[in-house]
Design a protein around this ligand. Sequence first.
Ligand SMILES: Nc1nc2c(ncn2[C@@H]2O[C@H](COP(=O)(O)OP(=O)(O)OP(=O)(O)O)[C@@H](O)[C@H]2O)c(=O)[nH]1
Ligand SMILES: [Mg+2]
Length: 468
Amino acid sequence: MTNSRSEGRRSGADTAAAPEAAVLVTVQLPDVTDVEHAASVAELRRLVHTLGHEVVATVSQRRAALAPAAVVGEGKLRELAAITGGRGEVPSAAPAKKDKARLRRAEEASSDDEAEGEEIEAVDPSLRASLVVVDHEISPSQARNLERATGADVLDRTGVIVEILHRHAKSRQAKLEVEIARLNYVAPRLREGGGGDRQRGGIGGKGAGESALELDRRKIRDRIAELREELASIQKEHDVRRAHRKDARRVALVGYTNAGKSSLMRALTGSDVLVADKLFATLDTTVRALYPETKPRILVSDTVGFIKKLPHDLVASFRSTLDEALEASLLLYVADASDPTFRSQLEVTRTVLGEIGAQAVPSKLILNKVDLLSADGRAALTAEMPDALQLSAKSPGDVTALRQAIVDFFEAAMIEAEIVVPYAKQGLVGEVFEAARVVSEAYDESGRRLKVLADPVTIARLESLLAR
Ligand SMILES: Nc1nc2c(ncn2[C@@H]2O[C@H](COP(=O)(O)OP(=O)(O)OP(=O)(O)O)[C@@H](O)[C@H]2O)c(=O)[nH]1
Ligand SMILES: [Mg+2]
């Protein structure tokens, strides 16, 4: 079964604010179920929407593998070109093998003429898409062939994600991480001596690096090295800052993008972090104290969301989030229970975090957005995942219950101990009050005797501090 659907038209006249029309291209491979395929396409549509484009059509095809030349077969390619107003043909001498070196040589040898000037009239010009987005990672030469056949800009899924990350990064650290990922993505797609708009494919513009496309690959490598150096020095600063709060009891909210992590962060800490119905709304890790404050306080971190088919080097660029997760005493896996594919989303999060060793950190599963489920739906989830906490970030009662669950977790880990602060070391009393809960105090000839509650690690640290 193949299908190609029109999904609406560009709204209104050609106002400057009108979103650019995009068409999605997907291939359903034999090992992908219909449900998974539909979910992947829906997710790509949301990604493209987040980028500010309107999806006007989806061209999809079942195939044993991506067509080596242009992802879809010849017939489908013409169908696609009708939507973009292109020729619908891959120029001859298109490389058909996946051999990377050969592809690159073929690319460099091929001329730079574009398929413009020979456009076919699209059925309805208001539907004509100027961007083609492929739901798979494609080779630079497949991208080039698609550009020539469609006359449109071409991005693959990774390209869309990189571009969103690029736009959403706020802090210097996030900007550097994303810029490195972006340059890694762009470098192999650069054409020698190129620099035209078409090959930019929506990438480019502002950022930590100026126009990457004016630099050749070698310069890009140098630039990446430079950015890495700057990132390393920022990370060192962060490590120092983190070391200062190493005693603090930490909870990290982790999970798939759009699961509701930032919404929970807001509700739990009374902070005003960004909440948006966008993918990758959050790129910067934020840390705030649980509110109302506990003694000692508990810190909550909001982190970047995960997504399927995220290339590994992109994942690695989110060091700050991953570090945050590894250093937490408790991981809250947040899932959007109203999304029929949340189980596989959870799997993605678990896999990525598992790869960096986060499975050793105690965790709790939070099934969020249950306000969107029926009573039956909730009951079925209770039966399926009895240990998970079902809640809605929008319900103050539910948030209070989650806060209590967090507090209980840390309470359970606390032990009682007596700490004696000699009179000569009274300067350290503040430190004890900061890191532990003091339940009683008394004075005798050895100093100030404090009966405290704290986790064993904190107590050991305070004792060694006083023993010095
Ligand atoms: N109905 C409902 N919507 C929710 C709930 N929690 C969050 N949302 C909505 O879901 C969308 C995403 O929420 P965010 O909190 O930004 O999600 P996130 O996990 O931080 O997403 P990223 O930052 O992209 O990783 C927003 O539109 C929220 O208003 C909930 O419990 N119920
Ligand atoms: Mg967020």
